[in-house]
Every structure is written in structure tokens, then in C-alpha cells.
Design a protein around this ligand. Structure first.
Ligand SMILES: Nc1ncnc2c1ncn2[C@@H]1O[C@H](COP(=O)(O)OP(=O)(O)OP(=O)(O)O)[C@@H](O)[C@H]1O
Ligand SMILES: [Mg+2]
Length: 216
């Protein structure tokens, strides 16, 4: 399965979700790798901090749009699951990533402001690509940094429901809450599955299982 973690918005959790899914899949025995297609190379540097004793998650830095499709196809011969950590931009490489993916995961951080507009740009582009491809491209929203007691975060759930109706993209039941464990584990080159915060670990396991069920 090829999973793209993508948004045109910066800082919404694309990298966090890519790494944490990869860690969960690796612990479940899948042969998994990450493609880091962002020139800031956050997943590449995460791998540099990762202890060698932990389950192996190779990270390939591929930022050249011309090379990405061919590289994904070549790597897919060796890995059961490829997770693509995407750059925060409406770019050529983003288009190729969406076209190559079996599942497009769109993290949504319900912080308001320009987020909604940027998300709509991605959704319009996604719809065009679906037409271009001539087949459906499975996509789902994941709510990240959720804080249930913040009114606006609840309001986002309603906005996303509208997107579901308009674009046919579902919102996954499993949310990632706003937890320092995500940043702390990233600093150590691990995922929250390998960290001491039980609640964070439980929510990424739930997310991973939901994604596996969706892909079946
Ligand atoms: N659920 C969460 N709870 C707390 N902090 C989080 C959570 N998800 C992400 N973060 C933090 O938010 C910041 C941005 O996350 P991340 O790097 O995953 O986003 P991104 O979409 O990949 O950003 P960029 O567009 O810069 O690549 C990081 O410092 C990360 O540790
Ligand atoms: Mg990133």
C-alpha cells in the first residue's frame, strides 16, 4: 500500500503522521519505508536520530518531481507499505504523489485562519486529478492536534462534514490529540508507539488499524 501524508498547509502534522504510521506498521511486522519528498528533510533527519536497535524504517529522500513516480514504483517492489511525507505546497511533486498513492491522508489541524482556504485548494486539485486518472483515489482526513474543549475545534468537525458531502472524503474516527509526546518522540527518532505516553500510543494504533481497514 502506498500512503501519502499530504496537505498544502505547513505544520499540520504530515511528517508526524507519516513517521508514526511507519513506526506502527514496522512493529506490526510490515516491511515499510518512508519517502521524504520535502526539501526540508525532516524525516531524513528523524532517521538520523533513530536508534539502530529499533525496527528498521528506511527513509529515502526524493524531492525531484521527475524521479518520484519511477522511484515509488521501484521501491514498491521491495516494501509492503510506502509512506510519503509530502512538502507543504501545491507543487508538481504533490500532484505526482497524489496520483501514485492508494490512500491520501490529509491531516487537518483545526486552528482556523487560512487553513480552510488552503485545504479547499488541495481538494479542488484532488478532484481534478481523480478525473484525470479516470478512477477514484481513496482519501481521508485525519484531525490532528485536537483539543475537545476548544470551541473552534468542534466547529471544524462540521466543516469537514461538508467536505465529506462535497468531495466524498471521509473523516477518520481516530483523531490525534494535541500532546507534547509527538514532538518529544520525534526528537528521539522514535514514534509515540515507542514512547512512554500510553494515550498517544493508543491513538496511533487506532489510526493505523483504521487505515488498514480502509485500504482493504
Ligand atoms: N498531535 C500533535 N500534538 C502536539 N504537537 C504536534 C502534533 N502533531 C504535530 N505536532 C508538532 O507540530 C509541529 C509540526 O508538525 P509536523 O512537522 O508533523 O507538520 P508538517 O505538516 O510535516 O510540517 P511542514 O509543513 O513544515 O513539513 C512539530 O513540531 C510537531 O512535533
Ligand atoms: Mg513535514
Amino acid at each position: 500500500m502506498i500512503i501519502a501524508s499530504i496537505s498544502y498547509k505547513g505544520g499540520v502534522g504530515k511528517t508526524t503522521i507519516a513517521q508514526n504510521l511507519a513506526v506502527c506498521f514496522a512493529h506490526s511486522g510490515y516491511k515499510v519505508c518512508i519517502i521524504d519528498s520535502d526539501t526540508s528533510q525532516n524525516s531524513m533527519s528523524w532517521l538520523g536520530r533513530r536508534n539502530e536497535d529499533l525496527p528498521k524504517i528506511p527513509v529515502y529522500g526524493i524531492t525531484e518531481p521527475k524521479a518520484i513516480t519511477q522511484n515509488i514504483n521501484a521501491l514498491y517492489k521491495d516494501y509492503e507499505i510506502i509512506i510519503i511525507d509530502s512538502p507543504p505546497a501545491l507543487s508538481k511533486i504533490a500532484t505526482k504523489i497524489i496520483l501514485a498513492a492508494h490512500l491520501v491522508i490529509i491531516p487537518i489541524t483545526p486552528t482556523g485562519g487560512s487553513d480552510i482556504w488552503t485545504t479547499e485548494q488541495l481538494l479542488e486539485h484532488y478532484e481534478n486529478l481523480r478525473e484525470q486518472k479516470g478512477e477514484d483515489i481513496l482519501a481521508a482526513f485525519v484531525i490532528n492536534r485536537f483539543r475537545p474543549n476548544v470551541k473552534m475545534h468542534q466547529a471544524y468537525l462540521e466543516i469537514l462534514e461538508e467536505y465529506t458531502e462535497e468531495y466524498g472524503i471521509s473523516v477518520l474516527d481516530s483523531k490525534l490529540h494535541d500532546r507534547s509526546a509527538f514532538g518529544e518522540s520525534n526528537l528521539q527518532g522514535i514514534g509515540v508507539y515507542e514512547y512512554s505516553n500510553k494515550s498517544a500510543k493508543e491513538e496511533v494504533i487506532k489510526l493505523t488499524n483504521e487505515i488498514l481497514a480502509l485500504a482493504e
